[in-house]
Design a protein around this ligand. Structure first.
Ligand code: PLP
Length: 480
């Protein structure tokens, strides 16, 4: 394809994207296909000869689209939002075109510098303490864009592991690092995302999963008891992962209590995962939910979930960048450059060497919406979640199972787990609405998350109508 063809096909693609997004409402939310459907439709081998663009696009329509789950659909209310917006799509398009690989400042100065600046903009906009910003007064901290929250938590745990091993080696300087691994214990609440468990597996450390209180919040006393018990057994507490806005029920751990507990142990790293919820702190009135953040060593939030930035864009800030990078530095000659001392080399901030120009889309979104526009987006979602909660509460067949503080409502039919499983299966099976379940305090609940950028009262009303209709069919099978 040359640039002349790209001009034509690129413009057609923009039209295709607009038609797709504008017309989503008329599609099923979820596809009606069985595993292996696509293998039956596509050839087993790649084409030897180039194909016409239009023929490829016909296959997109006829073969790919029927198997797509439409995450941007107004009736997609599952998981958390998958951020998306036109400025972000354009930012990614430009990043793809520039196609630079920003592993060091020298590899593409603007790529590293924009990331550094935008991470400070965003960190300041969500009210992070100055210590986390590279331009903060006397700060040793800073931020980087990682691919996912799972990466943020893994690299934080790797840094914490390196830190505690350095500390333990003060008494046993000749010991191999691996000698300490069986002693190391990380902690999180049962509400924490499964990526904490995965990080502990990769780091080859123990993970102790603690019971939260009846509001699904991890409390200081529970953590202290567990850490003291482990210490008495000769183990070494080294990492605590807290959550602000848990996946299951959007609950918030009590950082004000957990922070001092972490600090009272000799070498414990406190991470705060706000993959979804952290974005909300762009609204000052929601910042009480992050009280105690000043105790954290690291914090992550994903604008690619709830701030209109398309995947991947997961933001990680650390209080002390050297403690992070010293765990991850390798420095072969071919990656070195003359400005290493004064410039930022993001390859030391994560697992990847090659890094895309991801800050462009975040920069485009922040500039095009402005902080005020992003606040309006978050506030609209929260308003709608509260409106949905009210609808649920008005129908005495149902009950609400979480404190609705952001865009997630956890609800269920009064009755058994089985009844609720059947309700969700029949709603999802209809293709009219898509939600997922979770367990809250041991009970199967249905999660309704406000997801679409332009979600409206009409969407909430429509969703509730679908849910009520399926509930009625289930509870009173003779009706209709
Ligand atoms: N943490 C929380 C609170 C989440 O909700 C999720 C995913 O929804 C994750 C971590 C994992 O996110 P990622 O898919 O970016 O690794």
């Amino acid at each position: 394809m040359d640039s002349a063809e790209f001009r034509v096909k690129g413009k057609e693609m923009v039209d295709y994207i607009c038609d797709y997004l504008d017309g989503l409402g008329s599609r099923r939310v979820t596809p009606n296909v069985e595993p292996g459907y696509l293998r039956r439709l596509l050839p087993g081998e790649a084409p030897q000869q180039p194909e016409e663009w239009d023929s490829i696009m016909r296959d997109v329509d006829d073969k790919i689209m029927p198997g797509v789950t439409h995450w941007q659909h107004p009736r997609f209310n599952a998981y958390f939002p998958s951020g998306n917006s036109f400025p972000s799509i354009l930012g990614d398009m430009l990043s793809d075109a520039i196609g630079c690989i920003g592993f060091s400042w020298a590899a593409s100065p603007a790529c590293s510098e924009l990331e550094n600046i935008v991470m400070d903009w965003f960190g300041r906009a969500i009210g992070l303490p100055d210590e986390f910003l590279s331009s903060g007064k006397n700060s040793k901290g800073g931020g980087a864009i990682e691919a996912s929250a799972s990466d943020c938590i893994l690299v934080s745990m790797l840094a914490a592991r390196a830190q505690v091993i350095r500390y333990l080696k003060e008494d046993q300087p000749d010991a191999e690092d691996s000698v300490f691994l069986p002693k190391l214990v990380a902690y999180c609440s049962r509400e924490a995302h499964s990526c904490v468990e995965k990080a502990a597996m990769i780091c080859m450390v123990k993970l102790r999963v603690l019971d939260p209180d009846d509001k699904c919040s991890l409390r200081g006393a529970t953590l202290r008891k567990a850490m003291e018990e482990d210490e008495a057994e000769g183990l070494v507490p080294f990492f605590v992962s807290c959550t602000l806005g848990s996946t299951g029920s959007c609950s918030f751990d009590n950082l004000v209590e957990v922070g001092p507990v972490c600090r009272s142990f000799p070498c414990v790293w406190m991470h705060v995962d706000g993959a979804y919820g952290g974005n909300a702190f762009i609204c000052p009135e929601l910042r009480p939910l992050m009280a105690g953040i000043h105790f954290a060593d690291s914090f992550n939030t994903n604008p690619n979930k709830w701030l209109l930035v398309s995947f991947d864009c997961s933001c990680l800030w650390v209080r002390d960048r050297i403690r992070l990078t010293s765990a991850l530095v390798v420095d072969p000659l071919y990656l070195q450059h003359d400005h290493s001392d004064e410039a930022i080399d993001y390859r030391h901030w994560g697992i990847q060497l090659s890094r895309r120009f991801r800050s462009l889309k975040l920069w485009f979104v922040i500039r095009r919406y402005g902080i005020a526009g992003l606040q309006a987006y978050i506030r609209n979602h929260i308003r709608l979640a509260k409106a949905f909660e009210e609808l649920v509460r008005k129908d005495d067949r149902f009950e609400v199972h979480n404190d609705v503080r952001l865009g997630l409502v956890c609800f269920r039919l009064k009755g058994t787990d089985r009844l609720n499983q059947d309700l969700l299966a029949s709603i999802n099976g209809s293709g009219k609405l898509h939600m997922i379940p979770s367990l809250v305090r041991g009970k199967y609940i249905i999660r309704y998350c406000v997801v679409a950028e332009h979600a409206s009262d009409a969407d909430i009303d429509h969703a509730w109508e679908v849910i009520q209709k399926h509930a009625t069919e289930l509870l009173e099978p003779s009706v209709e």
